[in-house]
Design a protein around this ligand. Sequence first.
Ligand code: ADP
Ligand code: MG
Length: 488
Amino acid sequence: MNNLNDEAIKAQYQVVIGLEIHIQLLTESKMFSSDRAEYGALPNTNLSPVTLACPGTLPRVNKKAFDYAIKLGLACGSTITDVNLFARKSYFYPDLPKGFQITQDTTPICRGGFVNIYSNEGVKKKIPLIRMHLEEDTGKSLHGIVEDITLLDYNRAGTPLLELVTAPALTTGEEAYQFLAEIRKLVRYLEICDGNMEEASLRCDANISVAPKESNRLGTRVEVKNMNSMRNVQLAIAYEIDRQIARLEAGEPVIAETRNFQAASGETVSLRAKESASEYRYFPEPDIPPIWVSQEWIARIRRTMPLLPSAYFKKFVGVYGLSDYTASVLTENKAFAILFDELCQHTTHYTAAANWLLGPVKGYLNELSLSLEDFPLTVDRFVALITLVESGMVSFSVAASQIFPLLLEQLDATPIALAEQLDLIQDSDEANLKALVEEVLAAYPDKVIAYKNGKSGLLAMFMGEIMKKSQGKANASLASKLLEEALR
Ligand code: ADP
Ligand code: MG
């Protein structure tokens, strides 16, 4: 049923996707108690009577969680709500100790706003947001550790979540992937969430519907859960689109339900009928007073906002003249963007600096699974290395393969001292190089004629001889320029 090869049939349908993204906020304590919110602690160690919902305990609101929500709201151009009320959303589940979740129902902290996504061709699309609201997470049910028994870990119960809800404005799995990539980048730049989908600190549910293009109503929505990577979100959506179209083509209706994505098979399977809001019996949380977010509070957060990826991108292209592609790769990661920007305060070889970062530096970090915070080169030494190459003293390949690794080990060595010590400084003396070129051409008169008759491949052979004669020390780009001049 899912082998929907017929693109013509698919083209008759309009696909609509909205995402609900749960962002686990990096606060030290939980949303409504002072229990620690850290990830990965021993099961059931971050618990107090509040987390366990013992009678008589009362919630207290985490201010930092509000700070973080306001940060993301400002980054997305959302309106920040001034009077914030909390509500109880009731449902019965073993990992929900109170039997209800405290959440924001009618007064989400952020309303509206948008996030831009970019296709591989660089085309921009503005995805409107409906809302972001603060709430608490549930505990974790662990199946399969002890046979036939479900274990419960309440450490996560009560940790703060910011739920972001998009308008139904996405149309493909790729767009959903790009949207998630932008959100992950944003929360990491803002340092409000570690953005790790594999550890579930960023979670995504996808709502998908299809309808014939000529109908002007949206189709029945299916919610898909349990996708623990951006790639799986994309795959689950692609599967679900095909499944829904196949049903409609077969004359069967799409059923409003929640489905589970199964990574092993790449399929979605029915989990339960979709709950309606009335089943949750939302009602105002009586134990939390309205939280008033003043203009001063918002202004205070605004002052702490870092430069966002889009601002770095604009600067890298506009001020430093990088290509869109290089700028987008550099802004993928905040630490890279900051380091590049700093290097550019000390050198005007902007493109060279970018190439060093995206080549040798990235390669070194990837190989050892390190992050840029662990990178031992100071800005001064890094700039000296860039200058060594740009001034023509050492070729980039020699600097990258021989000097760079030593600089990482010998923290007091300078690039130029290492180049001298290892006898790596190349010959950039024009007179010397010219003499070398003449010598080589004189040794191969027949090849020179062949070259002039069109065997342009001989250029590499001449260069090889020049490098050999100079014992590898000739400044290759200068020598190649002189060689071409001599042959003209
Ligand atoms: P609920 O809380 O019941 O899941 P929400 O109003 O929070 O409902 O909406 C959830 C998501 O569903 C939103 O991202 C929204 O854009 C999306 N959505 C709403 N209608 C449709 C539809 N017909 N097709 C696809 N997505 C939809
Ligand atoms: Mg929802």
